[in-house]
Design a protein around this ligand. Structure first.
Ligand code: ZN
Length: 459
């Protein structure tokens, strides 16, 4: 499904590059051109130039440059078609994408478009409920108690799904969505798994829940996470949309569409568990945040994150469950070469409660003081182990070696080996002998490198 070149020219013509870039950050006039500090590299004097005549941008410092599409691609980290769509939407041009050779691909694309439209309209409907409807009063109260104002609710398009079996379904059918689309969207379930609700052909998946729209990285709603308003026995506190053609749970990071610029600028991602944690931090002015949707980081989420930052700070509860959650994320993060630090929240607190109680600066200094994961983890693992007992020490060393072997970056691994062996009081060579073979040889090379020894022989 290509976009006709004629349409692309039309979109370019309608999007003045000075206006587009100026909507991201302020530009200063300098003669015939406009200037700003370059968003793509660190600098003190502006070398980022925008030419209204040529409709191009160029940075004399780092060499980036190109058309308005190039700018959106680089700034938003999106591909060309997404940049085109975004700029088309900005000026109200309807994109008619050329039909591909296969009719099947075409129908698939059409179905996707309908699903996207449904998710967007559903978000608007849930939001409307939350803001205006009387039945949403308890939801408004709940959010207000957590510092979520109407303005914040609007910015994040928070909503409320009424506690009824078919409120959403009948609304959506009245808008012309067919049953097949509703079920494909994950917003409606069929009767088969309805546990025998009498007289219903299908029913709403989300009932009596505060709705958090989950967006793709250009900000389109692709799924929802619903938080139960009244705690009920047996009902999950958080419920996510199922996997759909739009939503692959393991690929999406909540909030990324709003936070990616801040991630790039800080080169660091603060990771919190819940959507409300993320929203509270963001609204308090701590904007380099992501949430992996209440589950541990997957391989592909970590890969996505690595595009924006080199370091993550995990914020989690001091309790065992929090530690377990952090440890489950570890493999994916380390395998993607991310530096992992840990900020333990005081017992009974989460990032949401903490930032509201302590404020932005105090939370930031917690993050700044977050310890390297391995320091934290060696201490926890060694706590209560009698290091004077050889057997206990060996058992601990083996379990630590297992985790160290997950670090893919050889330099980082060498560093960790030194730390662990020093803490255990065993020679680094002996500890390395416990690592699986492949990890061992590269840790050794890294160690030589660290000690200024001979460089590894070229292979
Ligand atoms: Zn630059």
């Amino acid at each position: 499904m290509a976009i006709p070149s004629q349409t692309i020219e039309q979109i370019a013509a309608a999007n003045d590059i000075v206006e587009v870039i100026g909507s991201y950050f302020p530009l200063k006039r300098a003669g015939a051109n406009f200037k700003a500090l370059c968003p793509f590299h660190q600098e003190k004097t502006p070398s980022f130039t925008v030419s209204p005549q040529r409709q191009t941008f160029h940075c004399f410092g780092c060499g980036v440059g190109g058309s308005v599409f190039r700018f959106v691609m680089d700034y938003e980290h999106v591909d060309f078609p997404s940049a085109v769509r975004k700029l088309a939407a900005r000026v109200g041009i309807t994109l008619i994408e050329e039909r591909g050779p296969s009719g099947a691909e075409d129908r698939q694309h059409e179905a996707r478009r309908t699903l996207l439209q449904l998710q967007g309209e559903a978000a608007a409907w849930f939001h409307e409920n939350l803001i205006r409807k009387e039945f949403a009063e308890p939801a408004r109260k709940y959010l207000k108690e957590r510092g979520i104002t109407a303005e914040i609710a609007k910015r994040w398009r928070l909503g409320y799904a009424p506690d009824e079996w078919d409120a959403f379904g009948s609304w959506a059918r009245a808008r012309g969505y067919d049953q097949q689309t509703l079920i494909a969207s994950g917003l409606v379930k069929t009767k088969e798994d309805a546990d025998g609700v009498p007289g219903q052909r299908s029913y709403d998946r989300f009932r009596g829940r505060i709705m958090f729209p989950i967006c793709n990285d250009v900000g389109e709603v692709i799924a929802f996470s619903g938080r139960l308003l009244k705690d009920e026995n047996g009902a999950a506190k958080y419920l996510n949309s199922p996997e759909t053609p739009l939503f692959r749970k393991g690929n999406v990071l909540f909030g990324l569409d709003k936070t990616k610029r801040a991630l790039i600028e800080a080169n660091c991602a603060i990771v919190c568990e819940g959507q409300l944690d993320l929203i509270s931090l963001f609204e308090a002015g701590i904007t380099n945040v992501v949430a992996p949707q209440g589950t541990a980081f997957t391989e592909s989420q970590a890969r996505v994150l690595k595009r924006f930052a080199d370091e993550v700070v995990l914020c989690f509860d001091a309790d065992t469950a929090g530690q377990k959650a952090a440890e489950r994320s570890l493999d994916a993060l380390l395998a993607n070469g991310l530096i992992v630090r840990v900020s333990e929240m005081p017992t009974g607190e989460d990032p949401d409660s903490l930032v509201r109680r302590e404020g932005k600066e105090a939370f930031e200094s917690r993050v700044a003081g977050a310890r390297d994961f391995f320091d934290y983890w060696i201490e926890h693992a060694a706590a209560g182990v009698d290091l004077t007992s050889l057997g206990a020490k060996m058992r601990l060393a083996r379990s630590l070696a297992e985790t160290v072997s997950r670090v893919h970056d050889p330099l980082m691994r060498g560093e960790v080996v030194s730390k662990v062996s020093a803490r255990l009081g065993v020679p680094a060579q002996d500890f390395q002998a416990l690592l699986p073979k492949q990890a061992r040889s590269s840790a050794l090379r890294a160690d030589e490198f660290h000690n200024g020894g001979t460089a590894p022989a070229p292979r």
